[in-house]
Design a binder for this molecule. Structure first.
Ligand SMILES: O=C(O)C(=O)C[C@]1(C(=O)O)C=C[C@@H](O)C=C1
Length: 391
């Protein structure tokens, strides 16, 4: 007969191990901060992908000896390295901009507690501030107004989504603001079906949802028969209502993380038509920031060329000649000037770099308006891959 296993005892052992893992992660984080300090002294870039690859190959080998598969080891350490790079970047940014290092920040975003904009704001500031004063807004223009008037320090705005594309309203507002883009963050959008009490899918009769998630989950909803949809002003509002009702026949579409704030649990995960769904958010402030040279930077420029033929091509050719990578080009009509367009260009370059300064100077004669919206650190850390021979 096999020995009797005591579940509580095993769980206690796991709890202790997890505690040790946390202590080790904190120790590693502290060490990487010392690495950042030494890189500041030696003026070396934060990212060293050769070092990352060597480290991953060694860990995969050691992991195999311990019975851990290569994919598991790779994904755990890619996450650890991403955190390390972002933390080091955040540290360097406080040196480049001493006034941004404050324990409490106030942020305006769309929706209430639990909205995707709320989650993006919390994630962005989790490594940068101790406390966030939240200001949930009903409209994008309210967010900009709150920052412009000094009511809050920052505004978080969604700018593009992998399934629905650019958010035109936000682009149009950027034409008329004096604020600067000072940061970005990409937030995964994972729609779930959430409930406030234990229930099952066949019991659900009503689903509360905001219009956008409702559209993005149409395939899932089409498969459910006899269900009534209750439209709400926002996902946060829908979650708050369902949490209050405590009804086993009612569910809401929202993120699992946001749902936790309302004591809701996921009955179904990943119900969106497109599973890989991310939104990119930009952070705006009244003052532009400097980006440390050791950090990869993005600069956002807006320009208009009137109706001069070929002028946009000339501007883009300047970027090509300077070896500057353009990562986004968007155009929007200019209000009151029919057939004229405002172009939004994101380039992977630091505004302080000689190449970009020269490029802006050479582009200017081809434009009748040109303005830098901001320069900020690239937040997306592409994971270092390992050769297949190591897997
Ligand atoms: O060793 C370094 O140079 C670090 O910055 C540390 C570290 C890591 O966390 O292991 C992080 C970023 C680099 O790209 C490589 C490795």
């Amino acid at each position: 007969m096999s020995e009797k296993l005591d579940l509580n005892e095993i769980r206690q052992e796991i709890t202790l191990l997890d505690q040790d893992l946390l202590a080790l992660l904190a120790k590693r984080r502290a060490l990487t901060l010392s690495v950042a300090k030494s890189k500041v002294q030696q003026i070396r870039p934060i990212r060293d992908q050769q070092r990352e690859q060597e480290l991953l190959i060694r860990l995969i080998k050691q992991g195999k000896i311990l019975g851990l598969d290569a994919h598991y080891v790779t994904s755990v350490f890619q996450t650890i390295i991403e955190d390390s790079v972002l933390n080091q970047q955040a540290y360097l940014q406080t040196l480049a901009n001493p006034d941004i290092q404050v324990p409490t920040v106030s942020v305006a975003f769309l929706g209430d507690k639990g909205s995707y904009s709320y989650l993006a704001s919390h994630r962005y500031f989790s490594r940068r501030a101790e406390k966030i004063i939240e200001s949930g807004c009903q409209r994008f223009s309210d967010i900009l107004h709150q920052v412009e008037s000094g009511q809050v320090d920052y505004g978080m705005l969604p700018i593009e989504n992998t399934s629905s594309g650019s958010i035109n309203e936000v682009y149009d507002l950027l034409q008329h603001t004096n604020l600067f883009i000072v940061g970005e963050i990409t937030q995964p959008i994972e729609h779930c079906l959430l409930t406030s009490v234990n229930t099952s899918l066949d019991k659900i009769k009503t689903i509360y949802a905001h219009g956008q998630p409702f559209t993005q989950c149409s395939n899932f909803l089409d498969k459910q028969t006899g269900i009534r949809i209750e439209y709400c002003d926002s996902t946060a509002d829908a979650m708050a209502q369902v949490a209050k009702l405590q009804d086993e026949t009612i569910a809401v579409i929202g993120s699992e993380e946001g749902g936790h704030l309302y004591q809701l649990h996921a009955l179904e995960h990943s119900i969106a038509n497109q599973i890989e769904n991310h939104s990119r958010f930009i952070l705006v402030a009244r003052k532009a920031i400097d980006v440390a040279e050791q950090i990869p930077a993005k600069t956002a420029i807006i320009l208009s060329t009137g109706q001069k033929s070929g002028a946009l091509v000339e501007c883009l050719l300047v970027l090509k000649q300077k070896g500057i990578n353009m990562c986004k080009l968007e155009s929007r009509p200019i209000q009151g000037r029919p057939w004229e367009e405002m172009f939004y260009i994101d380039v992977e370059a630091n505004l302080k770099s000689f190449a970009l300064q020269e490029a802006i100077n050479e582009m200017t004669p081809h434009t009748n308006f040109i303005k830098v919206l901001g320069c900020y650190p690239i937040e997306h850390i592409s994971p270092t891959s390992v050769p297949s021979s190591a897997l």
